[in-house]
Design a protein around this ligand. Structure first.
Ligand SMILES: Nc1nc2c(ncn2[C@@H]2O[C@H](COP(=O)(O)OP(=O)(O)O)[C@@H](O)[C@H]2O)c(=O)[nH]1
Ligand SMILES: [Mg+2]
Length: 668
């Protein structure tokens, strides 16, 4: 194979350093132009086999060794070596043009060995060859905290361990060594590919500069620059934590509501069988029931406005009943103003024969038409609560007729399909999900927006909210205990809820009825998180965390910082750890701005939080220091170049003195 191109400078670059500092990986990354994934880095070890043969055997490796640096055609020949200190590397060092002296930034001993062992060895065999000090694996400055990286080591034997912060060599420490030895300094990572091409390009420059000194007649080397300064490596910001929401039990809760039928307020009589149920569920699931019960309420209202003595005849909790009734009337009037009341003839519906209120028991009794058999009614009721049917005892024709009367369109579609397919259901879970989504929407409308059929009122700090005991008890164990046990609340129709505002309670109800939470403002979320935590509703806490993060992301940057600072500690207290993590991450990433904006509030944080912020601030202090240093070096270099140009005689061989030391000084 043709090894050289016309007018090509061959540069032999020898790579030395302790075992496992990353020499072979670095060479492979350059020679094969490959970035290495974390899994590859952690899983496989590339044995040191790289040698000059590679250029003879592999055409693409040879071609990748060709590079144009400062208008000079170069073929870069990389020589890998063994890291064992006692081995003879004379063969490798022979006729080398540049040496890369590598250490690993997670191994301070490997840096110490550069000074104590490697540099003396290099100088013994190549007294005048330019040398670059290279800090390999600089991704570990941020990877040591990476979850995937840490997980790998957690699953391993105790013999291998992850890099710790205390293992890391910082750029200024390495630069001190480079300064002491008079070397250029670069950092690389094959994981991020940071500095890989840069270090070899500058190694070539160093080699060509040295060559220019010896062969001053070679005009093609005229434009070769000094090795360039390496801009510091800025680690990526820590990834934003994602808020995860725990699984929903909404379907299961509604199934329990169907099976237990606690706090029911209606009895459906079909033939000789009575089914207890909840008006709010029936009204949400069936338009026919909605109209029927709406009729009942409008009749109640007419009665209550014409007969003022009625309220007092309702029993012991007359005050409570009054406020319940008022709550219902308020919403009903609001609705009535924009929607015509259903006409009385609706009761002519073939599904219903009669409706009557049993005031003493607070129950409504609905006698169903003869066309609705008890078995079909049971199937329809089960569907209304759970979105499922009992296939073992299903009479398709009867159930279909009942579903038609009760206007259960989704059930109808299912039954028609079953009739066509000979009795099998296509996709039960999909149907259940569709029904659940429908029920959520309707419950929001009937129970929360219209406030109908409520049997309990919560007196809050700034108003009142009506609700349904059955739903609260089904969705929340604390509420269930409150309504079911010997507590005063189990009988009361009005419950005082001090310390909670309407805004907060309404969001809680939204969650309980629809399993979701509408937008929550970051400024008003703490009470809601406190309430969710107090009522042992982890999914509500998660949903609120998610909504608050959405709100925080919408805010102006400085406002987000203010809110994060304000929320960080209180939300932790209420077990909203994901939100606390998000706020902490945001504060870490905006630490500099935070220090400028709110130094006082920052000092008021718990010392542990302050320490965490200092430790995890981004960009890290070492980077900022490195960046300042780099800027200073750039200015200095610029000045030196101008000075060198002015004092240059114009002849290459005499200009060396003025540029040799400054070339290094920028790195040191
Ligand atoms: N994180 C990280 N690991 C690296 C990097 N380079 C090499 N390594 C790992 O360090 C170990 C030693 O690498 P190797 O190149 O064989 O070292 P050598 O003995 O000096 O040739 C291997 O497990 C590599 O996967 C790097 O840039 N980043
Ligand atoms: Mg090796």
């Amino acid at each position: 194979m043709d090894n050289e191109q016309p007018h090509q400078e061959l540069v032999k670059c020898v790579v030395v350093g302790d075992t496992a500092v990353g020499k072979t990986r670095l060479i492979c990354a350059r020679a094969c132009n490959q970035q290495v994934s974390l899994a590859q880095l952690l899983a496989t070890h590339v044995p040191t086999v790289w040698a000059i043969d590679q250029y003879r055997i592999y055409k693409d490796v040879l071609e990748r060794s060709w590079e144009v640096v400062d208008s000079v055609n170069v073929s870069l020949r990389l020589w890998d070596t063994f890291g064992d200190h006692e081995k003879d590397r004379r063969f490798a060092y022979g006729r080398s043009d540049v040496v890369l002296l590598c250490f690993s930034i997670n191994n301070p001993i490997s840096l110490r060995n550069c000074r104590l062992m490697w540099y003396p060895e290099i100088r013994r065999f190549c007294p005048n060859t330019p040398v670059l000090l290279v800090g390999c694996k600089n991704d570990l400055r941020f990877m040591y905290r990476d979850e995937a990286y840490l997980t790998f080591f957690r699953d391993r034997s105790p013999f291998v361990r992850a890099t710790r912060k205390s293992d890391l060599v910082m750029p200024d420490e390495a630069r001190d060594v480079a300064h002491e030895l008079g070397l250029y300094y670069y950092e690389t990572s094959v994981l991020t590919y940071f500095g890989v091409n840069e270090v070899f390009e500058n190694a070539i420059r160093a080699a060509l500069q040295a060559r220019r000194q010896q062969r001053f007649w070679q005009t093609n080397l005229k434009k070769v620059q000094r090795p360039l300064l390496q801009a510091p490596f800025k680690p990526p910001p820590p990834p934003k934590p994602e808020v995860k929401v725990c699984n929903s039990s909404y379907g299961e809760h509604l199934r329990q509501l169907w099976l237990g039928r606690d706090h029911s307020d209606v009895v459906l009589v079909a033939g000789s069988v009575g089914f207890s149920a909840h008006r709010f569920v029936l009204s949400a699931a069936s338009p026919a029931f909605y109209r029927l019960f709406a009729l009942e309420i409008s009749a109640d209202m007419t009665r209550s406005t014409s007969d003022s003595s009625m309220v007092s005849s309702l029993g012991d909790f007359s005050d409570d009943n009054e406020s319940l009734l008022r709550a219902e009337q308020r919403t009903w009037r609001r609705r009535a103003s924009c929607q015509a009341l259903p006409p009385a003839r609706e009761l002519d519906h073939p599904a219903f024969q009669a409706i009557r209120s049993v005031q003493t028991e607070g129950q409504t009794v609905v006698t169903l038409g003869k066309l609705l058999t008890p078995a079909a009614v049971r199937q329809c009721l089960q569907f209304m609560y759970t979105g499922t049917i009992d296939q073992r005892q299903l009479d398709l024709q009867e159930t279909r007729q009942a579903a038609e009367f009760l206007e259960l369109s989704q059930l109808l579609v299912l039954l028609v399909e079953m009739q066509q397919c000979g009795g099998t259901v296509r996709d039960g879970t999909q149907l259940q999900e569709n029904h659940e989504a429908y029920l959520r929407r309707k419950l929001q409308d009937v129970c929360l927006d219209q406030g109908l059929f409520a049997d309990i009122v919560f007196e809050l700090d700034d108003g009142a909210c009506a609700a349904h005991k059955a739903m609260l008890a089904a969705r929340c164990d604390v509420m269930k205990a409150m309504f079911g046990g010997d507590f005063r609340e189990s009988q009361a129709k009005v419950i005082e809820f001090p310390g909670v505002r309407e805004y907060t309670f309404h969001k809680l109800l939204c969650y309980l009825y629809t399993d979701d939470v509408p937008a929550v403002s970051a400024a008003r979320c703490v009470n809601l998180l406190e309430l969710g935590n107090r009522l042992c509703l982890p999914r509500l806490v998660n949903l609120v965390e998610k909504r608050v993060v959405e709100d925080l992301e919408r805010l102006q940057s400085s406002e987000t910082i203010e809110q994060c600072l304000r929320l960080l500690e209180p939300v932790k207290l209420h077990n909203a750890h994901q939100l606390a993590d998000w706020c902490m991450n945001h504060l870490c990433v905006n630490y500099n701005k935070l220090c400028r904006m709110s130094p006082r509030s920052l000092r008021l944080l718990h010392p542990d939080n302050q320490a965490y912020l200092v430790e995890h601030r981004w960009p890290p202090v070492w980077y900022l220091k490195d960046y300042d240093y780099y800027q200073k070096c750039l200015v200095e270099r610029d000045r030196e170049t101008k000075h060198a140009l002015k004092s240059s005689s114009g002849c290459l061989c005499f200009s060396r003195k003025s540029e040799s030391d400054p070339a290094l000084s920028g790195h040191l």
